[in-house]
Design a protein. Sequence first.
Length: 521
Amino acid sequence: MTKLARIVTAVSMGLLLLVGFGRGEDPTAKLRSDRDGLALTPPMGWYPWNEFGQEPQNEKLIKETVEALVRSGMKEAGYTYIGPDEGICFSRDASGKLTPNLARYPSGLRGLGDYVHQQGLKYALYTDAGTHTCSKAMPGTKGHEFEDMKAFAEWRADYVKVDWCNTTGQTPQTAYPKLRDAQLAAGRPIVFSLCSWGQGQPWKWAASVGHLWRTTEDICGPGKASWTAAMKNLEANQKLSASAGPGHWNDPDMMITGMSGLSEVQNRSLFSLWCMMASPLIAGNDLRSMTESTIKILTNREAIGINQDPLGIQARIVRKDGAAEIWAGKRLFDGSQAVLVFNPGEAPAQVQVTPGDAGFEESASLYVRDLWTQQTSGPRAGSIRVTVAPNDVALLRISKTSSFPLPPITVADSYRVVFHASVNSAQKLTQAITVKNNGSSELPLWALSPGLPSWLSVTVTPSGRAQTFSNKVSVAGLGRGHYHAVVKADNREPISGLPMSALYYDVDLDVSGAAGGPAGN
Ligand code: GLA
């Protein structure tokens, strides 16, 4: 590092500024999400573990998967969080600091995060609450919670999964709250995914700690999807419906939809069940080589709408009819109801779903939409008769009206803007970020959180179904160095009036020593 670079780095550390993360310093907050407004609907994204295990996780795989996620339409459907799982990302140096594994991640972990953000996606990382991660190839956070969460914030992680291997002598009830405190101290909004596989019964206490918690063992070994194992996770997770809600989700593990070992019917059923359980929709298959059928399943926006419903209710089994299960109790934001008939048996099942099963009075006149055939019938009275093949589902949305609005899906063209300017130049530079809603309602304007630094101003303007965030920096009076801000905004879903997950992005400003430097890019 040159002397100048050292000075710039030192200055930049001093100038690092986080703004707009102001929802609450309230230490008595009942929910973690009351503090940060994050994950008010189940997180959607991709993690490599189910398909790849530790190998070959590296920067190339993550970047190729980002491209595939965008190309396949998954980004437009709402999948957002992506990054390495236990992919030998970092080690700890002699001073105790985490250092990225540059052989696997040549851009560094911050560099990979910048890439992810610039594709309009959010960055996920992985660590462990114990001494080491499960394979022992990476250090765990035990005894280093505050420095490690600070490193994750500096790498600009938006989501962190914290595993539970090598934790002898620790309890989830004390280890995870410490990590929460470390994340809050680090100051970056971050979704916290607890991964103790149900140990310590996190559904009873972790809503004030993190945004989601694993309820089960792993759904599969790397590359070895199994329908039987998935059914075990389903069975355990479905009992916990009372513990889920906006900002606090039961997590029956990443999906295995699209992995070899499952039939098309099983792929569709697993996805439907995860949608009904308001489970995080974290894909675990190889996105680079998906079949058309898998893409269609993973991007079914009407099914995703059930999962991303602002009320955040986890459906439960309300009745069994022979082998068939009737899943309901999932009222949606517009007063409609989601109902799933799942047939885990070996023979076709004929089931009558009554209006009462679906949460309506028995005499109600109803419209029924099949979310896989995308056909609507009605108005009609009485029971709805469905025939469901073995392992298959009927996924229905039932309403008193014939309109079936989709809840918001927020999609940004980028979550990072970068400005380059020169000192004493009186330059004013502008760059925009565009945020679309792929749901069916027009959203109110996003409301910016106060507290932007004096060099940055942001205005939000509507443009059709999108909104533009215009970021204007004013260099006058600034010394050279690196300046950083997090811009945060809130919104409400207009039909229910419920808050949406907070939106935020990074703004970087580099002010160089020489006058007449390049304008913002
Ligand atoms: C645990 C987790 C998995 C994965 C591996 C990595 O088994 O439950 O999801 O993160 O660790 O080793």
